[in-house]
Design a protein around this ligand. Structure first.
Ligand code: TXA
Ligand code: MG
Length: 378
């Protein structure tokens, strides 16, 4: 199949382009499109053969359910058999936006979409192109992130083409996405409701409106994967082996410095994904004769600029992979606000390789510091 890429204005999408894409979706074809979070790979959610194409194109296991995109809150009743008051409250406050609600499904939603689960994940995206598409198509659109399975999510049309060229009919290119990290998933099929995946909408924003929503500790570990299929630890993995460093700034910088020296001495090429302040502290090492030409750095905004870090996270991982590094060292932005989602994706990409360093407490973490249980220092 030949993949067509069509440019579309992110603010004022051309109705003719949207109509063509909507028609392709209604006809059972695959269309990749920008949302405010990441690019999605869309198919007619009620057409099982179209949905199967998503799994084939992505090489995604059938055990990983898809998010169904709708135009507005009024469409929930088409897909879900119940809409608890607190879920409705969140939808009214945060849709259209980066929030996905898990609700009991209606029989009209194919089992393939929900991986056999009795619940469906619903989201009304805010991006003008995505909105115009669901409105014009007049059907719910199943759309996972438009990456090959286990690759970082795409935040540009070029990322989608890199992963899915020849596997998707049409890619709508609306430029880089705004948030850069996937939607927040809240599961209302259980009581109390559970935040299954931190994302573009912060836990604090959700909690302030619906305090019942709980954040499960150990977010993203293997036992969590059993509860929410698809939340596998190595879900967002770059090709290079990634290690996540967390702790206080001086502890982290010192520890990365030590590990860079060791890696370079072993003949490895190293990529560093860190805020500008950390990179500045590491600059003399990176420029040193031993490390010269063997270390790629990718700035990640300033320490306080988590919006930018979220926006650039996946492109940073893809760039470092493309530059051919063997290992990636990334620093954790913390757990507040949007940082929780960034840290979650980095922890998954790290697949358990998390090193905690606090200056003054020694650089090797004691088991007591390893509270969240993502795995220990290798
Ligand atoms: O921002 C986003 O949510 C993007 C854009 C395209 O909307 N989509 C996205 O989809 O991130 P995806 O497929 O990469 O992630 C969907 C995840 C699944 O892996 C699974 O963890 C969860 O949503 N999910 C979907 N349906 C579910 C269900 N019925 N029960 C539990 N979890 C579900
Ligand atoms: Mg995905």
């Amino acid at each position: 199949m030949k993949t067509r890429v069509v440019k579309v204005d992110a603010e004022q999408p051309d109705p003719a382009v949207i109509e063509e894409a909507a028609e392709a979706l209604r006809a059972g074809k695959l269309v990749a499109f920008p949302t405010e979070t990441v690019y999605g790979l869309g198919a007619h959610a009620l057409d099982e053969r179209a949905v199967q194409k998503i799994f084939d194109a992505k090489e995604r296991p059938a055990t990983d359910p898809l998010i169904v995109h709708i135009a507005h809150v009024g469409q929930v009743s088409q897909c879900a058999s119940a809409f608890p008051a607190n879920a409705r409250k969140l939808a009214l406050a945060f849709w259209a936006g980066p929030l996905t609600l898990i609700l009991p499904k209606k029989p009209s939603i194919p089992d393939l979409v929900t991986a056999g689960l009795p619940n469906v994940a619903l989201r009304a995206p805010a991006h003008r192109v995505a909105r115009a598409l669901v409105e014009t198509a007049g059907i719910p659109i199943a759309a996972p992130s438009a990456n090959r399975f286990s690759r970082p999510s795409p935040t540009t049309a070029a990322h989608v083409k890199d992963d899915l060229d020849g596997r998707v009919d049409l890619i709508l290119d609306g430029g880089p996405t705004d948030i850069g990290i996937e939607s927040t998933i809240v599961d209302f099929s259980v009581d109390p409701p559970v935040l299954r995946r931190p994302g573009g909408l912060t836990f604090e924003q959700i909690h302030s409106l619906v305090p019942e929503v709980v954040l499960v500790t150990g977010q993203g570990n293997e036992s969590e994967a059993q509860v929410a299929p698809g939340q596998l630890t190595r879900h967002y993995a770059p090709r290079a082996e990634l290690t996540l460093f967390e702790g206080d700034q001086s502890g982290v910088v010192e520890r990365i410095g030590t590990d860079v020296r060791t890696a370079v001495a072993r003949g490895l090429r190293v990529g560093i994904l860190a805020p500008e302040e950390d990179l500045k502290a590491l600059a003399p090492l990176v420029a040193s004769t031993a490390a010269a030409g063997r270390v790629e750095v990718r700035p990640f905004g300033a320490r306080r600029d988590v919006e930018r870090a979220a926006r650039e996270l996946y492109a940073g991982l893809r760039d470092l992979d493309a530059s051919g590094v063997d290992v990636i060292f990334a620093t954790s932005p913390g757990r507040e606000g949007l940082a929780l989602a960034i840290r979650d994706r980095l922890a998954r990409a790290a697949g358990g390789r998390i090193k905690r360093s606090f200056n003054g407490q020694g650089s090797d973490p004691s088991p007591a510091q390893n509270q969240r249980g993502e795995g220990s220092d290798p």
